[in-house]
Design a protein around this ligand. Structure first.
Ligand code: PEP
Length: 256
């Protein structure tokens, strides 16, 4: 069975200007011990405008924190006002880019076809996409969470190669659990994460499914991470609100 290092990634959403970003990363670095980075990969995902400042701090202080963006354009360059491309993010030292966060699916009408373009754009720039997917409350109430998320997975991975899939991060984020304080039970999260990994195996290979990381997101905090990370197919967490509090995020990154 492949060794998968857990990923704890903090999605700051639309919070913190670049000066506040520096202060937050400094506090986070101060709260973390060197051994914490042996146990998990710890990432922050600030707004685009903060990436250069975070890069300067990480490089200058030789921090082991990695970082990425909350979105990536489907396009490499051209007449796409307001977009930020994969190569631009790679040049800033980004490791990750989110693709298909539920807030982008909801407020910017991103569908699986566009998310697929973004996943491929991230891979083309040597970034690791964190592909976000998950069901809304209506789907959960109907008991269709597995089929719904598997359809999202297949839509987002069209024409993605096995070699790329092996490097992928999939974030299962039930929409009803994001920012609500309502966390999925470890068993519920495992049900979907296990199905996602199984489908990666069917679409690609056992090897790709064994190295791809499947993480959970939705109201994760230091007091519930242990139950989540204890599940066989869950390799970390995508964290919103709790990632804005450095002490709490550091505790969470220590996996509870
Ligand atoms: C998120 O934004 O991806 C998220 C999971 O948010 P929260 O942790 O606040 O629910």
């Amino acid at each position: 069975m492949a060794e998968r290092k857990p990923l704890i990634a903090g999605n700051w959403k639309l919070n913190n200007n670049h000066l506040e970003a520096i202060a937050l990363v400094q506090k986070l670095a101060f709260s973390l011990k060197d051994t914490d980075f042996d146990a998990a990969e710890i990432a922050v995902l600030p707004p685009f405008t903060n990436l250069r400042s975070v890069q300067t701090l990480v490089d200058g202080d030789k921090l082991r924190i990695v970082y990425g963006a909350q979105d990536v354009s489907a396009h490499e360059k051209g007449a796409y006002t307001g977009e930020v491309s994969g190569p631009m993010l790679a040049k800033l030292g980004c490791t990750y880019a989110l693709a298909g966060h539920s807030e982008r699916r909801e407020y910017h009408r991103e569908d699986d076809a566009l998310v697929n373009q973004k996943v491929k754009a991230a891979f083309a720039a040597d970034l690791t996409p964190i592909l976000c997917l998950g069901e809304g409350l209506d789907v959960r109430k109907a008991g269709d969470q597995v089929s719904h998320t598997l359809a999202q997975l297949e839509g987002a991975l069209k024409d993605v190669t096995a070699e790329q899939a092996a490097r992928l991060v999939v974030a299962y984020e039930p929409v009803w659990a994001i920012g609500t304080g309502e966390v999925a039970t470890p068993d519920d999260a495992q049900e979907v994460c296990g199905a996602l990994r199984g489908r990666l195996g069917e679409l690609y290979s056992d090897e790709a499914a064994g190295t791809a990381r499947v993480i959970y997101g939705g109201s994760v905090k230091s007091d519930n991470i242990a139950g989540i990370i204890g599940q066989e197919d869950i390799d970390g967490a995508l964290v919103g609100g709790a990632s804005l509090k450095p002490d709490e995020f550091a505790k969470l990154a220590r996996l509870g």
